[in-house]
Design a protein around this ligand. Structure first.
Ligand code: UDX
Length: 450
């Protein structure tokens, strides 16, 4: 089938490529001509493992195209997917729906045949119903059904998550469609392969679909803050948070994901969606939800302070004029995304305490330089670590876990390492004579480690 994808950010680009990979004819649309030129020539505007070959393959076979032309897009298909960004507004809490409304308005004004508009962007519950009412008023002759189909994909695993998701969620306007939703029919065609492969489809009302995405992200954030809060207890009693996480994670009712303690969560989704949900909960008078979600955020921010404290202790009580090597800038491994990156937030805080901070990351240096121009960046681990008083590992890249402590010993001034991601082998570092510190891992408990 044919579909358009409006907004070629991370979500839209991934989705456009994956829908083409499933055999559909896809037109990606964006107002940024630079992005469209890049994508049309087979280059991804961001790093995501294994995605670029799929982009090239689908361009080559003619199933995937990109354009800046809204009229062409409105003509191209009768299924239009909206994947525009919904960043935090200037208040830092509310979701900014400006782009979503702008795209939907322009599209609705151009639609000439009955069409389905499928929203994928993460939005506060109630957005779809309000947007549909707004479009009906603005473009009264436009025959459309608006449905919501949130996306749960993770950066670094986008391909797998988009091609074989855990579930497909579709929110439809139950009252208007009365069991005969065009959007549901179209979605069943679009995702036919996945449904055939057994991926569950949950069809529900618009609000449930919208809230489900926010709630899923808030739940994952809660889980991460939970283990981080427990990690303080671990240090207090002499327990090891890594073994504890494995023990909890073996319980299928709990599951292992989200139990890696350390510097906390960041990125373009979890923090912003958590804040937006807390804000909405407050507005609705859902006081318990608002309180819980705000606490989850506070715990997360406190993790960053905790790692700065560990660095200060490692430098003998003051960071002034200390040389600090930071390994990692991306908000997580296998990504070049630095939005709300705990690694860069901590680096900047340490710099503010008077330290000389040098940051290395295998993929995110360009983005990091743009966001934090006052930090110093190194293009190799060696350069970052030269004469360091302390080395901080703040993104869980595999190449950091594979580092040889003896090789690093020759470079640094002090053998002191802080593992902000619990991703190194503490025994190996300690045996090589390094002072190894990590949240939730007591100074002397290597024998407890898994
Ligand atoms: C998240 C959701 O997982 C995904 O379903 C949604 O569609 C978008 O938001 P993503 O932001 O790509 O995906 O990353 P995720 O893997 O969830 O990690 C988020 C943050 O939490 C990262 O900073 C990561 O390093 C951190 N994290 C994750 C932990 O601190 N501990 C963990 O155990 C897991």
């Amino acid at each position: 089938m044919r579909c358009t994808v409006f907004g070629t950010g991370y979500l839209g680009t991934t989705h456009a490529i994956c829908m083409a990979e499933l055999g559909h004819h896809v037109l990606g649309v964006d107002t940024d001509p630079g992005k469209i030129t890049k994508l049309s020539s087979g280059q991804l505007p961001f790093y995501e493992p294994d995605l670029e070959p799929l982009l090239r393959r689908n361009l080559a076979v003619g199933r995937l195209h990109f354009t800046t032309s809204y009229p062409d897009a409105a003509q191209f298909a009768d299924l239009h997917i909206l994947t525009v960004g919904t960043p935090s507004a200037a208040d830092g809490h509310t979701a900014d729906l400006t782009d979503l409304y702008a795209v939907a308005n322009q599209l609705a004004a151009l639609i000439e045949r009955p069409a389905v508009i499928l929203g994928k962007s993460t939005v506060p519950a109630g957005t779809a119903a309000r947007l549909a009412a707004h479009l009906r008023e603005q473009s009264p002759t436009c025959d459309f059904e608006l449905a919501w189909n949130p996306e749960f994909l993770r950066e670094g695993h986008a391909l797998q998550d988009a091609l074989r998701p855990d579930r497909i969620v579709l929110g439809v306007d139950m009252e208007r469609t009365l069991g005969r939703s065009r959007a549901e029919q179209q979605a069943r065609h679009l995702y036919a392969d996945q449904l055939k492969a057994g991926v569950p489809l949950v069809v529900t009302n618009l609000e449930t679909a919208e809230l489900a995405k926010m709630a899923a992200n808030a739940y994952l954030a809660t889980k991460i803050s939970f283990i981080n809060a427990i990690s303080d207890l671990c240090e207090g009693v002499g327990a090891d948070v890594r073994a504890l996480a494995d023990i909890l994670g073996h319980d299928p009712r709990i599951g292992r994901f989200g139990l890696d303690a350390g510097i906390g969560f960041g990125g373009g989704c979890l923090p912003k969606d958590l804040r937006a949900l807390a804000k909405q909960a407050g507005e609705l008078g859902a006081v318990d939800a608002a309180m819980l979600l705000r606490e989850v955020e506070q715990i997360n921010l406190h993790r960053r302070v905790r790692v700065v404290d560990l660095a200060r202790q490692a430098c003998g009580g003051s960071l002034r004029a200390a040389h600090v090597a930071v390994l990692g800038a991306a908000f997580k491994a296998e990504s070049d995304d630095v939005r709300d990156s705990p690694a860069l937030h901590v680096s900047a805080a340490i710099q503010q305490h008077g330290a000389f901070v040098t940051v290395y990351d295998p993929k995110a240096l360009d983005n990091a330089r743009q966001s934090y121009p006052t930090l110093t960046f190194a293009t190799t681990i060696t350069h970052a670590c030269e004469n360091a008083d302390v080395v901080l590992v703040l993104t869980e890249w595999e190449q950091f876990a594979a580092l040889n402590p003896d090789e690093l010993t020759r470079l640094v001034r002090n053998r002191s390492i802080i593992d902000g991601r619990s991703s190194l082998d503490s025994t190996r570092w300690r045996e090589a004579g390094w002072a190894y510190r990590a949240p939730g891992i007591p100074k002397t408990c290597d024998q407890l480690s898994p």
